[in-house]
Design a protein around this ligand. Structure first.
Ligand code: SF4
Ligand code: SF4
Length: 296
């Protein structure tokens, strides 16, 4: 979080992921506090006479359970955009029951008893399209279906919240994250925003990878507990594979034992960028959805 001021007047939009292998480490809280800090820095640097646009976009990429809007005391109203995906639909008049589609599907989303038509198991389907590409008889047609929505909340003149939200029960949410990121990037260009912060889901699965990909920097948020250390290892490993520069934020730093976390910082040669102590005031602001009044 240091030396951000010098970058504020730069035209390039800086993309930062706020992530962490483990849930419940305060990732969303830190994403909001960081966004708020950047907004204040932009306001300080740009005088009212010279300011033309500029600002920060916070993009909630935890699409299965987005909650940044709650922490900011906002409501999600009308979606700005609907997100669609394509799923296979069988045309029985063309199907020759050859079985190629079932053999091709890597998700095991096609069940085909011998001599019968293939059956598509939607809960397992990622919509990758391999089955309709491979079918030699054109018997599978892609069918468009709404899988998610994107919402925009203007928090201040120079601070926007973008929320991606997946339809409940959807197996594959990576494409919703990608489309939410694309939407946020377009909004950032239109409004000449300086920063986009992507608040990722916990874990190291597909939607998290989609959120971190192409970022200039990732902050891995962790806490001084055995689980925090275990999951920090996983997320640092992932960021290394994705070739995204990573810094560590240690939340609730004064609770627990830091030894394991410090061992990991040595292993990956990454220093702890910021330690945030446990604070009753912060917990209160969190529980009241008033994080905008709180600074780190
Ligand atoms: S590949 Fe096409 S023709 Fe063969 S079983 Fe599947 S849908 Fe039917
Ligand atoms: S779209 Fe992909 S995942 Fe879905 S059934 Fe076809 S091959 Fe399987």
């Amino acid at each position: 979080m240091r030396n951000q001021k010098s970058k504020i007047n730069n035209q390039k939009i800086i993309k930062i992921a706020i992530t962490g292998g483990k849930g419940g480490t305060g990732k969303s809280t830190i994403a909001i506090l960081f966004a708020n800090k950047l907004v204040k820095e932009i306001e300080k640097v740009a005088s009212s006479a010279t300011r033309r646009g500029g600002g920060v976009i916070l993009c909630d990429c935890d699409v299965e359970c987005p909650n940044d809007y709650l922490l900011l005391g906002q409501k999600l109203k009308k979606p700005q955009k609907k997100v669609y995906a394509e799923f296979p639909k069988l045309n029985k008049t063309k199907c020759k029951k050859c079985g190629l589609c079932a053999k091709t599907c890597r998700n095991n989303a096609i069940f085909q008893p011998p001599g019968k038509y293939p059956v598509f198991i939607k809960d397992l389907c990622s919509g990758c399209g391999a089955c309709w590409i491979v079918c030699p008889h054109g018997a599978i047609e892609p069918e468009k279906e709404e899988v998610g929505q994107i919402f925009v909340n203007k928090i201040k003149d120079n601070f926007w919240l973008i929320t991606g939200s997946a339809k409940p029960g959807l197996e594959e949410t990576g494409p919703i994250v990608s489309q939410t990121k694309k939407f946020a990037l377009n909004l950032a260009k239109k409004n000449k925003a300086n920063y986009i912060l992507f608040d990722t889901a916990p874990g190291i699965h597909c939607p998290v990878i989609s959120a971190i990909l192409d970022c200039d920097l990732a902050y891995a948020v962790t806490e001084p507990t055995p689980m925090g250390a275990h999951d920090l290892n996983l997320i640092l490993d992932l960021c290394q594979k994705l070739k995204v520069k990573t810094k560590i934020i240690l939340n609730q730093a004064n609770l627990g034992d830091k030894t394991e976390i410090e061992n990991i910082t040595k292993k990956y040669k990454i220093k702890i960028d910021k330690e945030i102590p446990y604070s009753k005031k912060l917990v209160k602001a969190y529980s009241q959805g008033k994080l905008l009044n709180f600074f780190i």
